[in-house]
Design a protein around this ligand. Structure first.
Ligand code: ZN
Ligand code: ZN
Length: 382
């Protein structure tokens, strides 16, 4: 073998090796999948069908390594059917287990047509104004703040209807993530990143369409996943929908996840929608991060008297020692007084706010630790 033959042989081997590496990496890239499960409309409308717990579905997913993003309508948290606080507890726990709570509108009712969407009415092709949308969003923020102690930074448009005004309102209220009906993973405006859902298979699930829907889902996940690398399955409030109580949807999801694990092996990664967005944008999640709650770590109570004239008492309790900051804000969000800023040990506290030098109006008092925030409203009347 002369040097020329050796050179050509070496070149051929190098080319084959390079080709093989490129080819195998393409296969791996196409074959891996980020898989998400999004459940919209928790406890939507029908509050009478039991059981209404999110936990059977949650554990069917979590025990297989999958995660759930719950699209929570904040209004559900203040409805009388949920006065027992069970849903609040389950939502706080689900976050601790690695699942996600997302913001799904305020009360899900369109002021123009009365059907289940907000912000933009496709029936009447009308937009709610900036002010109307902003006030719905702010109502929702307040409910999440009061009930869960944190505000989700991921927004799911109610009824899947949204417009450019909604984008602006979301940006102005510090949301930076949205999950729409469109599947794309991209910034829809400024800082607002959309990672949409692909398909729903269990809306009207029966034993006769069960297998067909599994096959359809697997085929769609395969083909969409090959091109896009991710897939988000949508389902609705399975735990209260008529005919769902037999657990058919829970079984279906379990079987789907098991099949995906067999077919993808360790090339499947289960994420919440926010985790997937962080993966694509390469940056940490936004506003809900500082508010991650350890349930019952602290409680901020309503001041008394309220409304009040010149002075009122604010009480709160801490389960653990913490650096505490208690501040008063006016209606424009300006901090007007700092009542406490120090380390405190576990226990109950009350502090008097003397508002003699302040004018009549609505004020907010905010209790903050390193990672928890709670805000309440009070009214000064002189
Ligand atoms: Zn409408
Ligand atoms: Zn919905």
């Amino acid at each position: 073998m002369n040097w020329k033959e050796i050179f050509y042989m070496f070149k051929r081997i190098t080319l084959i090796a390079l080709f093989w590496i490129a080819f195998s990496q393409t296969i791996i890239a196409q074959d891996s999948l980020i898989f998400m499960i999004r459940i919209d409309d928790i406890l939507c409308r029908n509050e009478t069908i039991l059981p209404r717990s999110i936990q059977p579905f949650e554990s069917a997913c979590n025990s297989r390594g999958a995660k759930v993003t719950w699209g929570v309508i904040p209004h559900r948290l203040i409805e009388t059917a949920n006065d027992d606080g069970a849903l609040v507890q389950e939502l706080l726990q689900t976050v601790e287990k690695g699942n996600e709570v997302a913001f799904h509108g305020y009360n899900h009712i369109c002021i123009f047509c009365g059907s289940s969407h907000e912000f933009y009415c496709p029936t009447n092709q009308r937009h709610l104004t900036y002010a109307q949308q902003d006030s719905l969003i702010k109502n929702g923020i307040q409910v999440f703040q009061d009930k869960l102690g944190f505000v989700p930074g991921l927004f799911i448009p109610p009824g899947h209807a949204v417009d450019t005004t909604t984008y602006r309102v979301l940006i102005d209220n510090q949301f930076n993530r949205i999950s729409m009906a469109t599947p794309y993973n991209e910034f829809v405006i400024d800082n607002l990143f959309n990672l949409g859902m692909q398909s729903e298979y269990t809306w009207a699930m029966t034993s006769s369409n069960y297998s067909g829907q599994i096959a359809a889902a697997l085929a769609n996940i395969r083909s969409f996943g090959k091109t896009n690398g991710f897939y988000c399955v949508l389902a609705h409030d399975y735990f209260i929908r008529q005919g769902y109580e037999n657990g058919i949807v829970i079984r279906w999801f379990g079987e789907l996840i098991d099949s995906l694990k067999i077919s993808y092996g360790d090339r499947i990664r289960f994420m919440t929608v926010t985790e997937a967005i962080c993966h694509y944008t390469g940056r940490p999640a936004g506003i809900d991060k500082p508010f991650v709650v350890t349930a019952n770590d602290f409680i901020l109570r309503q001041n008394y008297p309220n409304p009040f004239n010149t002075s009122t008492t604010i009480t709160y309790s801490l389960q653990k020692d913490a650096n505490i900051c208690l501040e008063i804000f006016d209606q424009n969000g300006r901090m007007v007084a700092e009542l406490i800023n120090q380390r405190q040990s576990a226990g109950s506290y009350s502090i008097r706010w003397n508002a003699e030098r302040f004018s009549s109006g609505i004020y907010f008092y905010r209790l903050r630790t390193n990672n928890l925030v709670s805000v309440k409203k009070c009214l000064l009347v002189k």
